[in-house]
Design a protein around this ligand. Structure first.
Ligand code: CMP
Length: 220
């Protein structure tokens, strides 16, 4: 848990207390941990693997809100406001998690103002990202939206954008930016022919970060 930035500044005693509340759990690739609308009584911290937060429509289309990586947490919204889960949580790979129950966690957060502030910062960060995504979906054209998504992913991974690999499928990108997989593939292939990106199985390598940034910032 110390590897999770949100808990890193806890005093040793408080950290020990938190560890007593946390239990270890595993998830198989493709399994659903919870669905939108479920009651939410736990917070999850990812130790290994990735978990996809997504929303699906009755006709089977998906929108990916976020992909949670090791060192990140999810399930904080229902935990903090006591309402239903706002999205589905599906394991993108085999995962190891820490699970902390609301009953113990809420009194703990109330006794730890620094931790409460960290949660507020996390929620602000997620709201900012969501606002950026809404802006891109409403105001940007296809190349701009795709370029913005690639930049967001490199920034999230704190990657030097140049020449770094983003482990994501084209289907996942299409579910993140709200465009068909075919149009994503066509655009990526056009960029690959100019050596701005390289396409690998289940991954995209950004080769010309300046061009991608220019496209992302070009606006509508
Ligand atoms: P919760 O509502 O408990 O369950 C679904 C989780 O998905 C939610 O908590 C957050 O952890 C995550 N989530 C929901 N909406 C977003 C969003 N817009 N951006 C990032 N993560 C989100």
């Amino acid at each position: 848990l110390r590897k999770h930035p949100i808990f890193a500044d806890l005093e040793p005693d408080a950290f020990d207390q938190l560890c007593r509340y946390a239990r270890h759990s595993t998830l198989k690739r493709g399994s659903t941990l919870f669905s939108k609308g479920d009651p939410g009584n736990s917070l999850y911290a990812v130790i290994s693997g990735t978990v996809k937060m997504s929303i699906s429509s009755p006709d089977g289309r998906n929108a990916i809100l976020n992909i949670i990586e090791p060192g990140e947490i999810f399930g904080e919204m229902a935990l903090l406001d006591g309402r239903a889960r706002s999205a589905d949580a599906i394991a993108n790979s085999n995962c190891e998690l820490f699970v902390i129950d609301r009953r113990e966690f809420i009194p703990f957060v109330k006794s730890q103002p620094t931790l409460a502030m960290k949660f507020i910062e996390l929620l602000c960060d997620r709201l900012r990202r969501t606002s950026d995504q809404v802006e891109q979906i409403i105001l940007q054209d296809l190349p701009g939206r795709l370029a913005s998504a690639l930049l967001r992913l490199t920034e999230k991974h704190k990657l030097e954008p140049q020449g770094r690999t983003i482990a994501i499928t084209q289907q996942e990108i299409s579910e993140m930016v709200g465009m068909t997989r075919e149009s994503i593939n066509k655009q990526l292939r056009a960029w690959a022919s100019r050596d701005w990106v390289r396409l690998e199985h289940g991954a995209i390598v950004v080769l010309n970060a300046e061009m991608i940034r220019e496209l992302a910032e070009a606006g509508p």
